[in-house]
Design a binder for this molecule. Structure first.
Ligand SMILES: Nc1nc2c(ncn2[C@@H]2O[C@H](COP(=O)(O)OP(=O)(O)OP(=O)(O)O)[C@@H](O)[C@H]2O)c(=O)[nH]1
Ligand SMILES: [Mg+2]
Length: 458
C-alpha cells in the first residue's frame, strides 16, 4: 500500500458554489503548497507553511508562476492530528468550475499525485485513525438521504459497531482461555463444569450476534429505502395517489382505464423513512400489445417490491369490488402488502371497514394511509437489535454470519467431546471473521472494494 506519495484532490462537488476545497495529504503536503502560496500580494513574503502551527488558518494568494489564481484560505493540520493522520492542508478557494481545477493541477505539477476515490479515508484507516467499519460509515454518512440513515451512520462513525466488535472479541477470548487453560492442566480434555460454561457462553454469544444480523432488514430500509409499488386494476386511482403523495403531476391521470403503460418511479420521505414509489400499469387481461408489456412489467415490479399497496376502486359495483378483493387476497402475500379502497367519496355503498379507505378529497384519509404504510414496515421489525445496533452494510452482515457459523461449529465440536484444541480452532476462526468487520483482518481486495465506492476527495 502506497503511503509515501503526497495526494491531492478537490473535496467539494463540481459546479458553481460559494467555495471549493482542495485537500492535500502526505509527507510533502506543506512543501508542495509553499511553492505557490504567498501571504502578500507582492509576493515578497514567501510562505513558510512548514513552520505554521497545527489547526491554524492563513489568508493569502495562490499563484501559478506570475498569474494570480485566487485569494485563498489555507488550513494547516499537522500529523497525527488530521483526517488522514498525515500532514494535511485544505485550501479554500472561490467556488466555480475553473479555480479549484487550476489549483489542483498546480499542486500536481509540484509533485503531488491525484488521489483515488476514498484515498484520504483509506489513509485514515491505514494510519490507524479509524477502523474499517468507521471508514464505511463515512461513505454512508455522505450518501444519507434521511434522518434515520444519518443517525445510523453517525453512530457507526462514532464507533458503535466497533465497540460491539471489541466487546464480542473479548468474550470470545474469554471462552478461548477457558478452553485453553483447561488444556494445560487436564490430559483428558475439558472438565465437565467448564464444558457447561463454555457451551452457555457460546450459545449466548450466538443469540446476541444473530439478533444483530437480523437487524439488517431494517438496515436495508434505512440505507436504501422501502420499495413500495402501487398496484391495482385499471382506473383504480393509482397514478392519482402517486401524484398526490409526491405533490406533483408526475404521472398522467385520466378516466380512461389503461392510462399508465410503463411504470414510473419517484422517491419521497415519510416520517423519516425513504419510500421509493412505483406507479404501475393497471392489472387486467389486455389485447393491446403495449399495455400487456406494461402489465408484465407491473408484475415484475410487484415481485421485487418490499411493500405493495393495492387499490380497489370503491366506486365500482359490489360484485366487482368483491371479485377484486378475492383476487388481491389470493395473489398477494399479506406480510408485504396493504390494500385500500380508493375514491371513497364516490363509494356507492359505504364500505364497512372504515380504516382502509382513501379519497384524494380527504387529507385525513391519506394521513391514515401513510401511518399504515409506516406501521406495516415497522410492525415489530424496525426495532434495533439487543445492543441497539443496526447493521446497514451487507459486508458486515456476512462477516457476522460467518462468526455465528464458526461459533456453532465450536459448539458441535464441544458436543462431540473432541479435544479442546479443536474447539479453540473454531473459536479463533470466529475471531478472524470478527476482525474483518473492523479491518484488523483484511486484504487488498476487501479494501479496494470498499474504497472504490467512495467519491474523489473523501
Ligand atoms: N372522486 C375521486 N376521483 C378519483 C380519486 N382518485 C382518482 N380519481 C379519478 O379516477 C380516475 C382514474 O385515476 P388514475 O389515477 O388515472 O387511475 P390509475 O389506477 O392510474 O389507472 P390506470 O393507469 O389506467 O391503471 C381519474 O379520473 C381520477 O381523477 C378520488 O379519490 N376521488
Ligand atoms: Mg395510472
Amino acid at each position: 500500500m502506497n503511503l509515501v506519495d503526497t495526494i491531492t484532490a478537490i473535496s467539494t462537488p463540481a459546479g458553481e458554489g460559494g467555495i471549493s476545497v482542495i485537500r492535500i495529504s502526505g509527507k510533502n503536503a506543506f512543501a508542495v503548497c509553499s511553492q505557490n502560496f504567498y501571504k502578500d500580494k507582492n509576493r515578497k513574503k514567501k510562505s513558510s507553511i512548514e513552520n505554521e502551527k497545527t489547526h491554524t488558518v492563513h489568508f493569502g494568494y495562490f499563484y501559478k508562476g506570475n498569474e494570480l489564481i485566487d485569494e485563498v484560505l489555507l488550513t494547516v493540520f499537522r500529523n497525527p492530528n488530521s483526517y488522514t493522520g498525515e500532514d494535511v492542508i485544505e485550501i479554500s478557494s472561490h467556488g466555480g468550475y475553473l479555480i479549484a481545477g487550476k489549483i489542483l493541477s498546480e499542486l500536481i505539477r509540484k509533485g503531488a499525485r491525484h488521489a483515488e476515490p476514498g484515498e484520504f479515508t483509506k489513509r485514515a484507516f491505514l494510519n490507524g485513525r479509524i477502523d474499517l467499519s468507521q471508514a464505511e460509515a463515512v461513505a454512508d454518512l455522505i450518501k444519507a438521504k434521511t434522518d434515520s440513515a444519518h443517525s445510523s451512520s453517525i453512530k457507526q462513525l462514532e464507533g458503535s459497531l466497533s465497540d460491539f466488535v471489541g466487546r464480542t472479541r473479548q468474550e470470545i477470548i474469554n471462552i478461548i482461555s477457558l478452553v485453553e487453560l483447561e488444556l494445560d492442566f487436564a490430559e483428558e480434555g475439558l472438565e465437565f463444569v467448564k464444558k457447561d460454561e463454555v457451551r452457555i457462553q457460546t450459545e449466548n454469544l450466538i443469540k446476541k450476534i444473530n439478533s444483530i444480523v437480523s437487524s439488517y432488514i431494517n438496515g436495508k430500509v434505512i440505507r436504501e429505502g422501502v420499495n413500495l409499488v402501487i398496484a391495482g386494476r385499471p382506473n383504480s386511482g393509482k397514478s392519482s395517489l402517486f401524484n398526490y403523495l409526491l405533490k406533483t403531476n408526475r404521472a398522467i391521470v385520466s378516466e380512461v382505464p389503461g392510462t399508465t403503460r410503463d411504470y414510473i418511479e419517484e422517491s419521497i420521505i415519510i416520517n423519516g423513512i425513504l419510500f421509493n414509489l412505483t406507479d404501475t400499469a393497471g392489472l387486467r387481461v389486455s389485447g393491446d400489445l403495449i399495455e400487456s408489456e406494461g402489465i408484465r412489467r407491473s408484475y415484475k415490479k410487484i415481485n421485487d417490491a418490499d411493500l405493495i399497496l393495492y387499490l380497489i376502486d370503491s366506486s365500482d359495483t359490489p360484485e366487482n369490488i368483491r371479485e377484486d378483493y378475492d383476487y388481491f387476497s389470493k395473489t398477494f402475500d399479506t406480510d408485504k402488502s396493504l390494500f385500500f379502497y380508493s375514491k371513497n367519496d364516490l363509494a356507492r355503498k359505504k364500505i364497512p371497514c372504515k380504516e382502509n379507505c382513501i379519497s384524494l378529497l380527504d387529507d385525513d384519509s391519506i394521513e391514515n394511509l401513510k401511518n399504515e404504510m409506516i406501521s406495516k414496515i415497522s410492525s415489530g421489525k424496525i426495532l434495533s437489535s439487543a445492543d441497539g445496533i443496526i447493521i446497514t452494510n451487507l459486508r458486515h452482515k456476512i462477516c457476522l454470519e460467518n462468526v455465528v457459523t464458526a461459533l456453532s461449529e465450536a459448539k458441535v465440536t464441544l458436543d462431540r467431546k473432541m479435544s479442546g484444541e479443536f474447539i479453540s480452532v473454531d473459536l479463533r476462526n470466529a475471531l478472524n471473521y470478527l476482525g474483518e468487520i473492523t479491518g484488523e483482518v483484511t486484504n487488498d481486495d476487501i479494501l479496494n472494494n470498499i474504497f472504490r465506492n467512495f467519491c474523489i476527495g473523501k
